[in-house]
Write a protein that binds this ligand. Sequence first.
Ligand code: ZN
Length: 497
Amino acid sequence: MSKHYERVMAIYREASDLHGAAALMGWDQETYMPPRGAATRGRQLATISGLIHERLTSDEMRGALGEARTESLAPDQEVNIREIARDSDRAVKIPVTLVKTLAETTSAAIGVWIKARQENDFPAFAPWVARLVGLQREVAEAVGYEDEPYDALLDEYEPAATTKETAAVFDSIRAPLVDLVQRIGSSGVAPRTDFLERSYPIDDQRRMGVTAAERMGFDFEAGRLDISPHPFCTHLGVHDVRLTTRYSETLPMQSFYGVIHEAGHGLYEQGHDPAHEGTPRGASVSLGIHESQSRLWENMVGRSRAFWRYFFPEFSAIFPDNAADVSEEEVYAAVNEVKPSLIRVEADEITYNLHILLRFEIERGLFADEYTPGDLPAVWNEKMKAFLGITPPDDKDGVMQDIHWSHGSFGYFPTYTLGNLYAAQFYRAAERDMPDLSDQIARGELLPLRDWLRDNIHLPGMTYRASELVEHVTGEPLSADYFLSYIREKYGSLYRL
Ligand code: ZN
């Protein structure tokens, strides 16, 4: 019998429903909430996260978890107990006073960051970075780690990933990417992009994004698309998955690839087994695996030649005037323009990873006492010069451009590049299983790929940890080779290298 297991799940489901309520409030906060609602909303969200913490750490939960481990459980049940115990252990280990101090410090730091960034005043922000690093170091000490404190932070977003292994994979792509970017820069090839600077009405942009998302198999009866300043995807359940994007009349591809990216995340959430809704067995593995789903659709599919074979007529039908003097190949080249730039979120598929490597190296150095927060502007600019050949004119668009550090989120950035590497390796495995994949995409038949992802990656939920999932699906541990050969082939041809 598994009565203790059932008890754990009953409590966990309440926590999971509370998560759903918080997700809905968070979604509303970014989309429709009137500006003056912010203070109340912040308090309401804090109340809910307190309730979730209580559920996870209650004596009843701890007792039931301990007993459930001695019961004989089915494999799916074991996955749930393993993951719930992980959450609960982590929540128990971090003292409540530390959680509270972190929340208060973060909420003050965000305000300081906004002002310091406006005024280009890094010295005003530096003490807050120091404070947040100190607090996260306390978290790491409380949670425990194998080699270095940064392991504990990375583990929060990418369970079971280690700093050392991540650094080794990142080290293997740094020089090849820097070299490729330099060769592209000196290739003398520059795609035509003038037609993307024309006016693209927002209603039509929306239609273009929805057309692609529907074709990908995103279910709008179980999801929505709204507008927010920072695009995201959130879910209240398998059948309520919400995407957002932002529109600018002269940046049609920003909203288009934003929608495809978020719909990639959304398909992962819609692809979980409804029978396991609200449990780890029916949830996503990690941020890195999540990002692999969005990047695979955005880049490997949406920025492929095959995709534009299918989509160019759709694009021309929605924007007949703007597309009148443009060819399919010109659009394909334009959406794959590589250009070193200051801002991470505007970066192309190749240089994006160099922005991430820079942040990972800085974060690791901060937690290893290699750098102090005061060193960051100089270290940032030095690495920008070495990786991308450009020097930020100021700290506003340099070291202060991202919100993550003011949130106290250290260990988050690496999951973006891990996502790109997983995506390339998964995509190669999909091509192996479906030799005519690219022909299907060229015909606009995207459902076979969605179903392959669903069977191999979405439906197993948290059955496997990220590194196990990669091996299970592709037959090999994570390797950067797939990503490197994918970009070398694609950009070698685009830039005639
Ligand atoms: Zn994403």
